[in-house]
Design a protein around this ligand. Structure first.
Ligand SMILES: [Zn+2]
Ligand SMILES: [Zn+2]
Length: 382
């Protein structure tokens, strides 16, 4: 009887792209990864995670533990790339390229397992295939398993449409923004649109709030502290002749510094409550992440300095500025020093961007991404 050969990283990438699964529902992805890793002789740990997995190679008594992390979830988007390996699931697409991340980490695991068959690894590698990055819940679930405790470093990466396959950027300091999510609910006296003098106008109040919130970035934050405030969604009433009694709007704030985030929260609160008072209505502000905003992803300078020379020998270093997107990789800073790289995924000037129905990661991006993960381990366990 012959042992089944594990899939290649490229086969896995093409399969995952065609079979995407939403955040927290990555059951088939988890099952396939588990099966293929085990076929390659890599141990899948008992993490208790419903989706996602942590695999292990080497021995913690032989040296430090290095954690490699890739996310595995897809988005509720109908794919329109026209690729011959496009999503076979209606309304779900790997539009952030997490299929690249999962396949690259899998490919690195195969190569490192092969290496460990010839010479004992001087330490241990944990491969984290993280669920639910897009909903910002996956990293916390992985951390809560306790399996990463005591790790010396954690490495992550994201494909980037601005970089060509084989290029990387991993600069010290902030690389992805901190994310805050606000929801403002307004309540007042509704009534007939023809009798505004007898009602409260929460729509007019909301319009004033949305306009005035633009002064948070323009007037309240220092010009060199980069940040964004966008109101993205409003729901008020459903009839042309009724002043509604209740409604809400929501949006997001992005920044690279916790102090800036808290300052933005305070200004938003004072603008909303002040305008609500002027209109005689009630306003309730909900911060979806809770008391603290989701932090920015910031790279540990010493770790970056240690990894960069090794990476420059095998990949082209092409530094790019921080992105305003968020990443729950930021949460891992609580566990170990972290470094998060941008890896070449496409590089053509008109390449569609993340979360677009035409976002395309070139399969040629895979070897560079595999090399990135493998080289980080070799540099840190040298
Ligand atoms: Zn995304
Ligand atoms: Zn992503």
């Amino acid at each position: 009887m012959s042992t089944p050969q594990p899939m290649t990283a490229r086969e896995l990438f093409l399969h995952l792209h065609a079979h995407p699964e939403l955040s927290g529902a990555e059951y088939a992805t988890t099952a396939l990864l588990t099966q293929q890793l085990q076929a390659a002789g890599i141990r899948v740990m008992d993490s208790g995670l419903p989706t996602g997995l942590i695999a292990s190679l080497g021995d913690a008594t032989a040296g430090p533990t290095v954690v490699l992390r890739a996310d595995i979830d897809a988005l509720p988007i109908q794919e329109h790339t026209g690729l011959d390996y496009a999503s076979e699931t209606d309304g779900v697409m790997h539009a952030c390229g997490h299929d690249l991340h999962a396949a690259a980490l899998y490919g690195a695991a195969l190569e490192l397992a092969e290496q460990a068959r010839h010479a004992r690894l001087p330490g241990r590698v944990l491969f984290v295939f993280q669920p639910a990055e897009e909903t910002s819940h996956g990293a916390e679930a992985v951390i809560a398993t306790g399996l990463l405790d005591g790790a010396a470093a954690i490495i992550g990466a994201h494909g980037n449409p601005d970089l060509r396959p084989g290029q990387f950027s991993m600069e010290p300091g902030p690389v992805m923004a901190g994310v805050d999510w606000f929801r403002v609910r307004l309540d007042g006296r509704g009534g007939h649109a023809s009798e505004p003098q007898l009602c409260d106008d929460i729509v007019l109040a909301a319009a004033g709030m949305v306009t005035e919130l633009q002064q948070v970035v323009a007037r309240s934050v220092a010009p060199l502290s980069a940040c964004v405030l966008s109101v993205t969604h409003m729901e008020f009433g459903d009839a042309w002749n009724v002043l509604p009694s209740t409604g809400y709007f929501e949006g997001t704030m992005r920044n690279y510094d916790d102090a800036v985030a808290l300052g933005m929260r305070a200004r938003l609160t004072s603008i909303v409550t002040g305008i609500a008072a002027a209109h005689g209505i009630r306003a309730a502000i909900e911060w979806v992440p809770g008391d603290t905003p989701w932090p920015a992803t910031a790279n540990d300078a010493a770790l970056v300095a240690r990894l960069t020379p090794a990476l420059e020998q095998v990949l082209e270093h092409h530094p790019i500025p921080p992105a305003t997107g968020g990443e729950d990789f930021a949460m891992y800073a609580r566990v170990a020093p972290g470094a998060f790289a941008m890896l070449g995924a496409n590089g053509s000037p008109d390449a569609p961007r993340w979360h677009n129905e035409c976002y395309t990661v070139l399969p040629e991006a895979l070897p560079g991404a595999v090399t990135f993960y493998r080289t980080c381990v070799q540099a840190l366990l040298a």
